[in-house]
Design a protein around this ligand. Structure first.
Ligand code: DAH
Length: 343
């Protein structure tokens, strides 16, 4: 009969041979056979366990724990090799070989977001006419958002802009017109700038209103800027952006311009006949504008007797909607690829 030491030694040998045999198995059948020889019900390890009933409890415990360890190790090695052999069979290649030179899956390239695309086009259009791009803060003082634009506190005109007032007394700017006086303070005329950016209003969200939207402000100041300059430049702009052929200017009130105007284009959808989009008027309002009010010049410390200027502020998302015939503003902000890849 074998002693405890001999049995423990035998387990070591079985483990070593089993690991070698499993590792060298060349296919799944060979692997299964090898596994059975060592670890199956009638395998060598089981036979050893059957032969130890005459050992003392202490000896049984030692032999038992060693053989359990061997069994677990053999099982792990079996599973590992099995995985490798399955992968080899599937790919026909050595399982652990990873070819680092294979290019990764290609990422589908589409195009810029419609807002970005039209913004870039607009910016380059104005650049070509000598306009510079400027920016202002989205969190603004009431001074630049209202007072300096000739909209004093308690003036009813402030109600036109449904404003988010912050607890610290600042506001989320309601329009990019806030950039006007900031720019006039930094740059001496003559100046030609556009200021694109986000604006915020306390609005219930629907197909044509969001609490956040884009505007592009424009400002042109020189000694002899006239209404005809405004007309020429803005007509060229709507022709470029929307292919508009026919335009009209209507008087409108904005406290920071005098006269104030709204530029309408003939409806690009129905050709002026009247449709749902132009509310059967044949016209679509696109750019509010006007000649800079002398009071605004005074706030900016520019001499209103020496300089003239025009300003405009277009709702940019609306231009994008008209250009691409999108009937719900919310689509532009939903990041839905089904929609965005259509342009
Ligand atoms: N800031 C105005 C708004 O959001 C739009 C506007 C009107 C801007 C006339 C201008 C302007 O520069 O001259 O309603």
């Amino acid at each position: 009969m074998n002693s405890e030491a001999e049995i423990l030694k035998k387990i070591d040998v079985i483990l070593e041979e089993a690991l070698k045999g499993l590792k060298n198995s060349r296919n799944l059948t060979e692997l299964e056979n090898n596994f059975k020889v060592f670890s199956g019900k009638k395998g060598e390890l089981s036979l050893i366990l059957h032969s130890i009933h005459s050992f003392s409890p202490e000896e049984k415990k030692n032999i038992g724990s060693k053989s359990n360890f061997a069994k677990k190790t053999i099982e792990d090695a079996y599973l590992l090799r099995k995985g490798e052999l399955i992968a080899v069979e599937k790919s026909g290649k050595a399982a652990r070989f990873i070819d680092l030179t294979i290019p990764g899956p290609s990422i589908e390239k589409i195009h810029a977001h419609p807002i970005t695309a039209v913004l870039e086009d607009t910016v380059s259009f104005f650049s070509s006419m000598g306009f510079e791009i400027v920016e202002g803060p989205e969190i603004e003082t009431t001074y630049y958002n209202f007072d300096a634009l000739n909209i004093p506190a308690n003036h009813p005109a402030r109600d036109v802009w449904d404003t988010f007032y912050l607890l610290n007394g600042l506001v989320a700017r309601t329009h990019t017109s806030s950039v006007q006086v900031r720019t006039m303070e930094r740059k001496k005329p003559p100046l030609r700038v556009i200021a694109p950016g986000r604006c915020y209003r306390y609005e219930a969200v629907d197909a044509t209103h969001l609490f956040m939207f884009n505007q592009i402000e424009g400002l042109y100041i020189d000694e002899n800027v006239r209404l005809s300059d405004l007309k020429g430049i803005l007509e060229a702009t709507v022709r470029h952006l929307l292919g508009a052929k026919k335009t009209r200017f209507r008087p409108a009130f904005y406290p920071f311009v005098e006269p104030g105007l709204d530029l309408d284009i003939e409806c690009v959808f129905c050709g002026g006949k009247g449709c749902g989009i132009c509310k059967n008027t044949g016209w679509i309002e696109v750019i509010p504008c006007g000649m800079v009010h002398p009071n605004v010049f005074k706030y900016a410390k520019i001499d209103p007797d020496k300089y003239r200027g025009f300003a405009f502020g277009m709702g940019f998302d609306r231009i994008v909607m008209l250009k691409y015939n999108i009937n719900d503003l919310r689509y532009l902000y939903q990041c839905n690829l089904d929609m965005l890849t259509q342009f």
